[in-house]
Each structure stands twice: as structure tokens, then as C-alpha cells.
Design a protein around this ligand. Structure first.
Ligand code: 5GP
Ligand code: MG
Ligand code: MG
Length: 179
């Protein structure tokens, strides 16, 4: 697994320091409120688990799965709900938790979909942001790191379901795509 990594972009120390900061910021912004964190499966799971523990206001967790790239590394633009939320979100403060915003197409779709369910508020929190590849404008409320246009894996992010368990964010060697 490690032999497929060209470069470590963000170490596990950098990730945890930034996530602690994000948790403090989110806790301050939501003081006196409860948050319903909506994790976008599966890439956001590891980030969400760490972020939730860095927040000290009450947090509930729910998950959605949407169709994404499959084994390809570029967006098809087609978004489909594979697993919907278990909770009714009306009147709740939603915090969408994403691993990475690339084209923005997934999030744009999710936002429209969730807004129609009449929550009290919706904010977006992403660990990584690749603004160079944006196709639709999305307002990001909490951004962990802005990164250049490389295909990255680790800390929840996969290529063909591999590498999610790496404790850092790394750039995959181009030859690893062919396996
Ligand atoms: P978007 O709809 O913004 O183009 O892409 C959203 C999803 O595509 C992310 O949640 C993630 O699952 C996947 N994705 C985008 N860029 C990358 C990347 O560099 N590495 C990995 N592993 N997945 C990515
Ligand atoms: Mg995602
Ligand atoms: Mg993926």
C-alpha cells in the first residue's frame, strides 16, 4: 500500500491539529445548539469520526451515500442517492461532512436535496478542497485544507476502495491507477 504513494501531502499530525481547530470553531459557532452531522459515505467517515470528537456541543450522526466516481478518478456528473438519511431533518441544524470537494457536483446536488426537507440551517464542512476543478459554485463554511489538483488517497479517501485506512493524505503514483 505505502509503495503506491508518491508523496505525503498531509501528515496525520497536520490532520489532527487542523481538525482540533475546526472542532473549536464549530463548537463556538454552534454554542447552545445541537448539530446533526451528515456524513457523506464512505470517504468522510474517518474525518467525521475525528471531527465529532473535537466538537463539544451535542452532536447526532447520520449518513447518506451517493453515487460517485466508481473506480474512475474524474466526476461523471451523475449523482444518485444510494442510501438516504435515517432521521427527519426538519428544523435541525445540519452540518454536511465531506472528505473532499472537487467539481462540487455532489455537494450541489446534496444541498438542493437537503434544503427541500426544511432544516433550520445547513452548513458545509470539508476536510479537503480542490477549487481548481470546481464546476459549480458551492459555499464552503469550514474547509480543512485547500490542495492542488492531484488525486489524493488516505484518511478515508479511496482509489477503487483501497487506501482508506492510510493515516495520512497522500498523492497516489500514476502507475497505481492501472492496478
Ligand atoms: P465532486 O462531486 O466534488 O467532484 O466530488 C466529490 C467526491 O469525489 C468526493 O467526495 C470524493 O469521494 C471524490 N473525489 C474527488 N476528488 C478526489 C480525490 O482527489 N481523491 C479521491 N480519493 N476521491 C476524490
Ligand atoms: Mg465524498
Ligand atoms: Mg471514492
Amino acid at each position: 500500500m505505502l509503495e503506491d504513494i508518491q508523496e505525503v501531502l498531509l501528515s496525520s499530525e497536520q490532520l489532527s491539529a487542523r481538525i482540533r481547530e475546526m472542532g473549536r470553531q464549530i463548537s463556538a459557532d454552534y454554542a447552545g445548539k445541537e448539530i446533526l452531522m451528515i456524513g457523506v459515505l464512505r470517504g468522510a467517515v474517518i474525518f467525521m469520526a475525528d471531527l465529532a470528537r473535537a466538537i463539544d456541543v451535542p452532536v447526532a450522526l447520520d449518513f447518506m451515500a451517493v453515487s460517485s466516481y466508481g473506480a474512475s478518478t474524474t466526476s461523471s456528473g451523475v449523482v444518485r442517492i444510494l442510501k438516504d438519511l435515517d432521521e427527519d431533518v426538519e428544523g435541525k441544524h445540519l452540518l454536511i461532512v465531506e472528505d473532499i470537494i472537487d467539481s462540487g457536483l455532489t455537494l450541489n446536488y446534496l444541498l438542493d436535496n437537503l434544503r427541500s426537507r426544511k432544516p433550520a440551517s445547513i452548513k458545509i464542512c470539508t476536510l479537503l478542497n480542490k477549487p481548481e476543478r470546481r464546476k459549480v459554485d458551492v459555499q464552503v463554511d469550514y474547509n480543512g485544507f485547500t490542495i492542488p489538483d492531484h488525486f489524493v488517497v488516505g484518511y478515508g479517501l479511496d482509489y477503487a476502495e483501497k487506501y482508506r485506512n492510510l493515516p495520512f493524505i497522500g498523492i497516489l503514483k500514476p502507475e497505481a491507477y492501472k492496478n
